[in-house]
Design a protein around this ligand. Structure first.
Ligand code: DGJ
Length: 731
């Protein structure tokens, strides 16, 4: 059992295999945060919580004799609100009908639920009844009838606590929600670093670490997507913590739209750590009788540094977030025609790619952008989802049949959330896009965003995608999204609800994705947003893999894939071998380096296979054979990061099978150095006594030797890689 409640002292102790999370109710009123960290046994540690105040503090009244007074600005609150003497960042910010923001929340009760709950209409981590337990705590602003339910699901075996929040308006008047955090934790100390994943298009999820300072550090997105620019992940860690050691605390939002997260260090050097929804682009009107569910935050603590934190997230996402057939089944090796042809293709060209692909051992051909309407560049036709018969005289059905005849499966690119101004759809339904009446409809990549806050638009979308999928043998869909929201207004909503559009859009999108993926359980879906602009747990709930970045340069990919792996499993990362010189960076790298980087992901190719020499074809065949052999390790094993490209001229990582009998190791050296010092990489996660044999060389090593002394990496030249597959010979 993962949740212990000591009714007399009103203590809630949430326990996973390795962590404890403890709260206490003080003065029968205030829900306070006591502890989050390494698992502790003691049932009562409420003495940890200090009820105090300091000069200039608004002190709370006491009601019973013997009660200690305190100020809300001092107390480590579990779910703080603004306006009543806590001057720090609130977790919940509302405005009542009289314009006031004061919202004192008092503890009212709790209930335990077997299994895991999920917020209505939103993606969520799932778990069986015996796997998880949920604590629901009710807080209330009695005066206004606003009930706040804090939900904590504990998945003991997976070492995770998943938090979310639900509001119910039991009052008589409207409540406007301005900000609603799904999780908030007050740490007593702020002697910590923070780590986050900023980026840009083509440079997603780079790692940034900095020491906390007084004041606020905030990250977020107001782009209508979780974004390339900042991933919905934030962690704090001990300054001494590294890949292997030290306490690390992570939060990751299961949501694909706007978000906000941050850390505030207050006057007493306490740190408030929060994540959820709500910034200048958010507001939600909650009428009497209505409820609002906020997305989940996956909270992970690790005492084994960032590596430990990542492995917990990876296992959870592989087994309790990603769903459907491809959760456990191997993913096909694919070839995508985008960087091979861009818009310039026809049926003959695609079939010739398929023929070549089959000969190389590739399983699936993906036809990317440009197959529909009159689309020959990015100025037209989004929304007109029927085949461009000038390019594809036999339509998608005819093409898919020919591709299958060559011996590979057929996959298709779509960008369903968008509409081109030059399209039949836009001419027919000019009000179906996000817009503000009377204002310029600002385009990005010559396109507008469909208004998925509208049910009719979502219904049309569901029907359209169903009919494409029903029309031909399509085994895979790449679901792209290539712009951020602007003029985020809807023709159907009243003025007072216009700021709800970005969240209503996400609810609409999630409904669409739920219906489509449920109706086509055998189709493998890969999400994409100009590369990794929506690489988040929300999308992974519907689609087991995401195109990691439009940047396919293997050196750049070392940074992107390393950063992404901080939270997301490699099985979710689309990674392809592309042409040299690389189309984004102009860099020339070997086919080996490109292959080795892409093999640490869901592997594929994205170049003209017909342009390969016979020698290259043989190398590609070998790469595919090798990948298929190591695929279970890469996509299902435990990842250990061994050397960070952010800290030097190299990167290294390894994937170890659950029973530790086998592992795959990859090392990459970026630039050549003359007369370099010896580079040794120490491995991790092995059985110290076991003897492992390097398959390719036949050399044997003991686990402790590999972990304590390591392997020498001897390479010469720029952009080099060494990979190795080891199998345990003797335990
Ligand atoms: C952006 C994607 O990230 C690319 O892979 C490609 O599908 C293009 N869109 C097509 O327009």
């Amino acid at each position: 059992m993962g949740i212990f409640v000591t009714d007399q002292q009103m203590i809630f102790h949430l326990q996973t295999k390795q962590t404890s999370y403890i709260m206490a109710v003080k003065n029968n009123k205030y829900l306070a945060h006591v502890y989050w960290g390494k698992r502790i046994q003691s049932p009562d540690i409420s003495h940890v919580l200090l009820m105090r105040g300091t000069c200039f503090d608004v002190m709370e009244p006491t009601e019973k004799e013997g009660e200690e007074t305190c100020s809300l600005d001092y107390l480590r609150q579990e779910y703080p609100t603004g306006g009543d003497g806590d001057y720090r960042i609130p977790a919940l910010e509302v405005t009542y009908a009289d314009g006031s923001r004061s919202c004192p929340l008092h503890y009212k009760g709790y209930r335990l639920i077997e299994g895991k709950t999920a917020p209505k209409g939103l993606p969520a981590v799932y778990a069986g009844e015996s796997e998880a337990q949920t604590l629901e705590i009710r807080l209330e602003d009695e005066d206004r009838g606003l009930q706040v339910y804090l939900l904590y699901s504990v998945i003991e075996e997976r070492d995770t606590i998943i938090r979310s929040v639900r509001l119910e308006n039991h009052g008589k008047e409207d409540v406007r929600i301005q900000k609603i955090m799904s999780a908030c934790v007050d740490f007593e100390q702020s002697d910590m670093d923070m780590i986050c994943l900023p980026g840009a298009w083509g440079r997603e999820r780079h790692i940034e670490r900095a020491a906390l300072r007084h004041g606020e550090f905030r990250i977020g997105s107001s782009r209508g997507a979780s974004s390339h620019q900042m991933n919905p992940f934030l962690a704090v860690m001990e300054p001494c913590a590294d890949e292997v050691h030290g306490n690390v605390y992570g939060m990751n939002l299961v949501y694909s739209g706007n978000f906000t997260a941050g850390i505030e260090v207050d006057q007493l050097s306490q740190a408030r750590f929060y994540m959820g929804m709500g910034d200048d682009s958010f507001s939600w009107l909650l009428e009497p009788g209505e409820e609002f569910a906020a997305p989940e935050v996956v909270m992970v603590h690790s005492a084994q540094g960032l590596g430990g934190l990542s492995r917990i997230y990876h296992r959870l996402y592989r087994k309790n977030l990603i769903r459907g057939r491809y959760r456990d089944e191997v993913r096909p090796v694919l070839v995508n025609n985008w960087e091979a042809t861009y818009f310039n293709f026809n049926e003959e060209k695609i079939v010739s790619l398929a023929k070549e692909a089959a000969g190389l051992g590739i399983d699936l051909l993906v036809l990317d952008d440009g197959w529909f309407g009159k689309r020959n560049d990015d100025t037209t036709s989004l929304g007109d989802w029927y085949a461009n018969t000038e390019k594809l005289p036999n339509g998608i059905q005819g093409l898919a049949a020919k591709v299958e005849e060559e011996g590979v499966k057929f996959g298709l690119w779509v960008e369903p959330e968008m509409v081109s101004v030059d399209s039949e759809l836009y001419r027919k339904h000019p009000d179906w896009c996000l817009h503000v009446d009377g204002r310029r409809r600002s385009e990005c990549r010559n396109q507008l965003t469909l208004d998925l806050s509208r049910n009719d638009v979502c219904d049309w979308l569901i029907e359209t995608i169903h009919s494409i999928l029903d029309s031909a043998p399509i085994s895979y869909i790449k679901w792209d999204m290539n712009r951020h929201m602007s003029n985020a207004g809807s023709a159907l909503l009243p003025a007072k609800r216009q700021k709800e559009v970005p969240h209503r859009y996400m609810l609409g999108l999630y409904r669409v994705l739920e219906e489509i993926t449920a109706a086509h359980p055998d189709v493998l879906f890969e999400s994409c947003s100009g590369g990794g602009g929506r690489f988040d747990p929300g999308m992974l709930y519907y689609m087991p893999q995401t195109w990691t970045s439009d940047d396919t340069d293997p050196v750049e990919r070392l940074f992107i894939q390393y950063g992404t792996s901080l939270v997301y499993p490699v099985s979710a990362m689309g990674a392809h071998v592309s042409a040299a010189p690389n189309h984004q960076s102009g860099r020339v790298t070997s086919l080996k380096m490109r292959g080795d980087v892409a093999m640490s992901g869901t592997f594929g190719y994205e170049l003209d296979l017909n342009a390969f020499t016979e020698e290259e074809k043989e190398e590609v065949r070998e790469q595919i054979r090798e990948y298929k052999k190591i695929r279970p390790l890469v996509t299902g094993g435990d990842m250990y990061r061994l050397a960070s490209p952010f800290e030097g001229n190299r990167a290294a990582w390894m994937f170890v099978s659950e029973n530790k009998m086998e592992f795959y190791f990859a090392y990459f050296r970026i630039q050549a150095k003359v007369n370099p010092s010896i580079t040794r990489v120490r491995l991790q996660g092995l059985l110290p006594e076991a003897v492992y044999q390097w398959e390719e060389t036949g050399d044997c090593y003991r686990g402790d030797e590999l972990m304590e002394i390591g392997l020498v990496m001897d390479v010469s030249g720029d952009y080099q890689s060494i990979t190795a597959h080891f199998i345990c010979k003797k335990e």
